[in-house]
Design a protein around this ligand. Structure first.
Ligand code: ATP
Ligand code: MG
Length: 227
C-alpha cells in the first residue's frame, strides 16, 4: 500500500502524520518505506535525528517529480509492506507525480473554514489524477483538532461538503506529536499512553481497511495492546 500525504495548504501535519504512521507500522513489524518528496526535507532531517539517537526508523529516501516513472517508486515500494510519501505543500509536479503512483492520497486538513476552502483546490488535482487512474482513493484527514470548539464540531460537515470522504479518525492538536518528531521518534514510541498514539494506530487500521477491506480491521490497535 502506497499512501501519499498531499494538499495545497502548508503546516497542516502532512510530515508529522506520515512519520508517526511510518514509525507505528514499523513497530508492528511491517516493512516501511518513507519517501521525502518535499525539498524542505522535514522527513530526511527527522531521519538524521532518529539515526543520531539510535531510534528505530524506516528506510527514508528522497524522491521528486519522476517518482511515478517506470522503474522508480513502484518498483522500490514492492519490497515494502507500506510506503508513505510526504509531499510538499502547494500543487505542482511533485504532488502530481505522487498521485500517479499512490494507492491512497490523504489530504490532511485543519478544522477551520479556511482549511475547507483550501481543500477545494486540492480536489481539482485529485480529479485530474483520477481521470488517468480511476483506482486512486482519496480522503480527508482532520488534523490538529482542538477538542470541544464549535468549529471543530462543524468541521466534519464542512469538509464532507467537498464531496471527498472524511476519515473517521481525527488527530487532535497535541504537543506530543511535536515533541515526538523533535526526539527522532513517532508518537507511539515517544508517548505510547498519549491519546495521540491511539489516534495513529486507529488511522493505520482505517487506512488498512480502505485498501484491504474489512479483514484488516483493528490489527494495529490489537497488536499494540498486546505489547
Ligand atoms: N496533530 C498535531 N498536533 C499538534 N501539532 C501538530 C500536529 N501535527 C502537526 N503539528 C505541528 O504543526 C507544524 C506543521 O506540521 P507539519 O510539518 O507536519 O506540517 P506539513 O503539512 O508537513 O507542513 P509543510 O506543508 O510545511 O510541509 C509542526 O510544528 C508540527 O509539529
Ligand atoms: Mg511537511
Amino acid at each position: 500500500m502506497i499512501v501519499a500525504f498531499a494538499g495545497q495548504k502548508g503546516g497542516v501535519g502532512k510530515s508529522t502524520t506520515a512519520v508517526c504512521l511510518a514509525v507505528a507500522a514499523l513497530e508492528a513489524g511491517s516493512r516501511v518505506l518513507l519517501v521525502d518528496a518535499d525539498p524542505q526535507g522535514t522527513v530526511r532531517t527527522w531521519g538524521e535525528v532518529a539515526a543520531e539517537r539510535k531510534r528505530p526508523a524506516p528506510t527514508v529516501i528522497a524522491m521528486g517529480a519522476s517518482m511515478h516513472k517506470s522503474g522508480q517508486l513502484a518498483d522500490l515500494a514492492a519490497g515494502f509492506d507500506m510506503t508513505f510519501i510526504d509531499c510538499p505543500p502547494r500543487h505542482g509536479e511533485v504532488q502530481r507525480s505522487a498521485l500517479m503512483v499512490a494507492d491512497v492520497v490523504v489530504l490532511p486538513c485543519g478544522a477551520s473554514a479556511a482549511d475547507a476552502w483550501a481543500l477545494a483546490t486540492s480536489l481539482e488535482v485529485v480529479r485530474e489524477a483520477r481521470t488517468m487512474r480511476e483506482e486512486l482513493q482519496a480522503c480527508v484527514l482532520i488534523t490538529r483538532k482542538q477538542g470541544r470548539t464549535a468549529l471543530g464540531k462543524s468541521a466534519r460537515k464542512m469538509l464532507e461538503s467537498t464531496g471527498l470522504p472524511v476519515l473517521q479518525t481525527e488527530l487532535g492538536s497535541r504537543v506530543a506529536y511535536q515533541e515526538s518528531l523533535a526526539a527522532g521518534q513517532g508518537i507511539t514510541t515517544f508517548a505510547s499512553r498519549d491519546p495521540g498514539a491511539r489516534e495513529i494506530l486507529d488511522l493505520l487500521d482505517e487506512l488498512g481497511r480502505l485498501f484491504h477491506g474489512q479483514e484488516a480491521s483493528g490489527r494495529f490497535v490489537a497488536q499494540a495492546a498486546a505489547r
